[in-house]
Design a binder for this molecule. Structure first.
Ligand code: SF4
Length: 235
């Protein structure tokens, strides 16, 4: 019963937050440049522990050189490592990209599959990456992308008390309308980068700040960020 009430409260809170964010970010979308599902898979693998801006600097050369899954599958790992070095963790990412491409060639005729099960069976593709591909390219809302910004903001906004990304995703899927899942994650990512920046949030410029009067002091903000049920934002 208690859980039900909590979910109802979180749902009501989510509704208010979504209404404000929709006005501010009506067209939020993935910041990784891509023109195909394959390019998006590669860019998403590269984006682990790396900024999207850095990935977008590396991918034009990559996408011009490797045009199909077969091209990546046949890539020389030492060459590919150098080409993606600046995105960090380049040895693991090279393994993931080549392994993923080989699996596409062997199991899917070189095409990117469209189901969660098939995507997460590919090397280097976890649920987060699969959610990005399904939601952004195939327009299928199968889940909510929980990256570092979505993780931080969902807790800060009182939408979840969980700390594990899988459980956070479950909480968000419960309270955010399914049609909004992909948009919502892109929006929190955008908001986390531009306004609610970790350690220096721009509360005075934030649409989720209380409609009321004051911007929270840095002390109360820090307290709220530490608390499991913060009350600072989106009254
Ligand atoms: S009011 Fe401040 S802490 Fe809350 S979401 Fe906005 S920027 Fe972040």
């Amino acid at each position: 019963m208690k859980t039900k009430v909590a979910a109802t409260e979180r749902k009501a809170r989510a509704r208010k937050i979504i209404a404000r964010l929709k006005r501010e970010y009506p067209d939020a979308t993935c910041a990784l440049h891509h023109r195909s599902a394959l390019e998006l898979v590669v860019a998403t693998i590269l984006s682990a522990q790396c900024t999207d801006a850095r990935v977008n600097m590396v991918t034009p050369h990559l996408f011009a050189k490797y045009r199909t899954a077969a091209d990546y599958a046949a890539a020389d790992p030492r060459v590919l490592e150098k080409e993606i070095q600046s995105t960090g963790f380049f040895r693991n990412k090279t393994k993931s990209i080549i392994g993923m491409a080989q699996a596409l060639v062997e199991r899917h005729g070189g095409e990117v599959p469209q189901t969660m099960e098939e995507l997460t069976a590919l090397p280097g593709v976890g649920r987060k990456t699969a959610n990005v591909i399904l939601g952004t390219w195939f327009r299928k809302n199968e889940g909510v992308v929980v990256d570092t910004h979505v993780h931080r903001l969902s807790r800060l906004l009182g939408l979840t008390r969980q700390d594990d990304p899988v459980k956070i995703e479950q909480d968000l899927m419960e309270i955010v309308p399914r049609d909004d899942w992909t948009w919502f994650s892109h929006t929190l990512i955008q908001h986390g980068r531009a306004v609610c920046i970790a350690r220096r949030p721009r509360c005075a410029d934030c649409v989720l700040n209380r409609l009321s009067t004051s911007t929270p002091s840095s002390v109360s903000r820090r307290r709220a960020q530490r608390a499991s049920s913060p009350t600072v934002c989106a009254a």
